[in-house]
Design a protein around this ligand. Sequence first.
Ligand code: FBP
Length: 552
Amino acid sequence: MKKSALQKIRAAYRPKLPVELEGAVVAVEGKPTQSVADQEEIKALFPNTYGLPELSFKKDPNPVAPTSNRPLNVGVILSGGQAPGGHNVISGLFDGIKKINRDSRLFGFLMGPGGLVDHQYKELTAEIIDEYRNTGGFDIIGSGRTKLELKEQFDKGLEILKELGIEALVIIGGDDSNTNAAILAEYYKSINAGVQVIGCPKTIDGDLKNNVIETSFGFDTATKTYCEVIGNIQRDCNSARKYWHFIKLMGRSASHIALECALQTQPNVCIISEEVEAKNQTLADVVNYIADIVAKRAANGENFGTVLIPEGLIEFIPAVKRLIAELNDLLAKSADKVAGLDEDALRAFVIENLTPENSKTYASLPHDVARQLTLDRDPHGNVQVSLIETEKLISRMVADRLEEMRAEGKYNGKFATMHHFFGYEGRCAAPSNFDADYCYALGYNAACLIKAGVTGYMTLLRDLTRPSVQWIPGGIPITMMMNMERRHGEMKPVIQKALVDLDGTPFKKFAAKRDNWAVETSFIYPGPVQYFGPAEVCDQPSMTLKYEQLDR
Ligand code: FBP
């Protein structure tokens, strides 16, 4: 494989492990855990894996020689959307199991959880692993979104695990994939399958976190990548002074990415979906807010600016949220009826079969947006918000509102727009030093959890704003993060998504400054991710993580 100059140098980077993980470790049990909500239901659904204690790892004072440990055969799956650092999780896992015994072997299942069910795999040798150290992407084994939920899938997976002598499976995924990891762990435990299942917190969206998991991997690099381009756009915008840039940012339901980018780049506007919901705002409220800022800047002779829009915004407009909830049930219930319908017939069917309030909301949305809400859900039942062009919808509505304001004598300016959507650009970036270290340590630590014999745990590192050598390694039962939610029309146990906390420091810091940023041009230009150089440019964690640490 031909490599760039940066790739060659970066391949030699040695991620810094927490000191507790250097050498042999012992697991120290903490207190038993319980789920974040719906304890009785979750306990009943996970009788074998509920309530287990938190674990932390300490250096083993009486280590045995690695050769006296048994070799381990381990499987690994990359699940869902790409996130920078996945290859380092795998290389950390590889090094971790080799440290336990040099004859241990690692098998990667291809193209996501489907590879386990369809028995598609490849052995990951030292040569392959070395090709991928510190690189972005999930291409070492590929990723996919097959949902592991059926007993037949679990049994089919077990066949290949047994055939390869695999005793532990590491699932690297977001909240939905780790929910499935917990279900799989419970099932294998209940039938004494002899296979441990360990989860790893991945997602650029930053919504897989809680009191214990401080951040998911990939968020740091992805947001730094978006901030570089937002900064570049802001500098262009401040130079040409003729465009309003509407920038939609990935993140699914949560606005963590948009908030982090706002903190780093200080745009004129950033909408936070969670606030829109909390304030029970309508789409018109959001549009009026932006139009007022455009008008104020125009009055100062500044017909340019930047607006950040989280991709999940539309789902958080309370009326649209109610509509989506009913649509999910309606479409799940009527799958056969709607299967062959063309666009117009589907629209008519939906309008006719929704309750009056939701039907009215649906009919009031521009046709293309309404249609996008009826598109297939992803395998986990999520609306595919990345396909909805919210940035165009909002800017179109702002333009209309400005014309009304012009007629009322409240606006006199020019409103030329540009649209952007940043998501895929950041998901496979070469991991920042933070993500390179974090991911390697998460993988290495997963090997320690396997050695400790546990199942249904997520690999964990704490104190992430300290230098990586001081991070605290351990593990947390996945059931601890679960609650019951409605999916595909049924109540299901799922990991609770972490949305932006409006009482948290990251949001408060933003809210305290946004009125200034709206009118005064206060853009910051963060520049590209840096891998070599002073710690203040290369090793800084995200601002969200730094501010959240103040709340802990
Ligand atoms: P994950 O939850 O799988 O990490 O999703 C990350 C994400 O990038 C979301 O931000 C986005 O909405 C979605 O994936 C896009 O999905 P796809 O890759 O299937 O287009």
